[in-house]
Ligand binder design. Structure first.
Ligand code: IMP
Length: 182
């Protein structure tokens, strides 16, 4: 397979992602049996993961989105998170599952969990595709419910994840060459 020149290696193949997303969906289908669910995807990074996950979820569900902006310089998050687009659905009295691409420092998930908990959902859980625990700054272990893969401390792109808004639509998850972001 011909990789883009900025890509060092494929970390997670199309097949590995598909198998794991099905496993996550199976678990969610079991856990939410008999319940209605609102899936809230965090744009832009989660859009491909959410699209695949939602189509494997068989319990009744709605899909909504939020968009965040974190002040950062390329690959480093400053820890300041702002919501720039909110959900359209009221969350009060509903089972809410936040769907995020990756947890790195933990600032984003920590912020989201606090903001959404204040809206009195019946339940609030999180589903993240990738977990980079070695980079954690905020302890959010209690709010990590469904995790696709735990990965090492490398910058990854593809399957929704970007670097400076590029490489989002690679079908696999790849490690970017350090020279691109260091
Ligand atoms: P956190 O707030 O540091 O946990 O970072 C969460 C956000 O940082 C994610 O939603 C991504 O947008 C971005 N991010 C962190 N690590 C990576 C990566 O390896 N590739 C692409 N984006 C990343």
């Amino acid at each position: 397979m011909q990789l883009p020149s900025d890509v060092k290696r494929v970390l997670l193949s199309v097949e590995a992602i598909d198998v794991r997303v099905q496993e996550l969906a199976d678990q969610i289908n079991t856990d939410y049996a008999g319940k209605d669910l609102i899936l809230v995807g965090v744009l832009k990074g989660s859009f491909i993961f959410l699209a695949d996950l939602a189509r494997k979820i068989t319990v009744p569900h709605r899909v909504d989105f939020i968009a965040l902006s974190s002040y950062n310089n390329g690959s480093v998050s400053s820890g300041e998170v702002r919501m720039i687009m909110d959900v359209r659905s009221p969350l009060m009295g509903h089972h809410v599952l936040l769907v995020e691409d990756i947890v790195d420092t933990g600032h984003t998930l920590d912020y989201l969990f606090r903001v959404f908990a204040m809206r009195y959902p019946t339940s609030l859980k999180t589903c993240v595709l990738l977990n980079k625990p070695s980079r954690r700054v905020v302890d959010i272990s209690a709010t990590l419910d469904y995790v696709g893969f735990t990965i090492p401390n490398v910058f990854v792109v593809g399957y929704g994840l970007d670097f400076a808004d590029t490489w989002r639509t690679l079908p696999y998850i790849a490690e970017l060459k350090e020279s691109c972001y260091s």
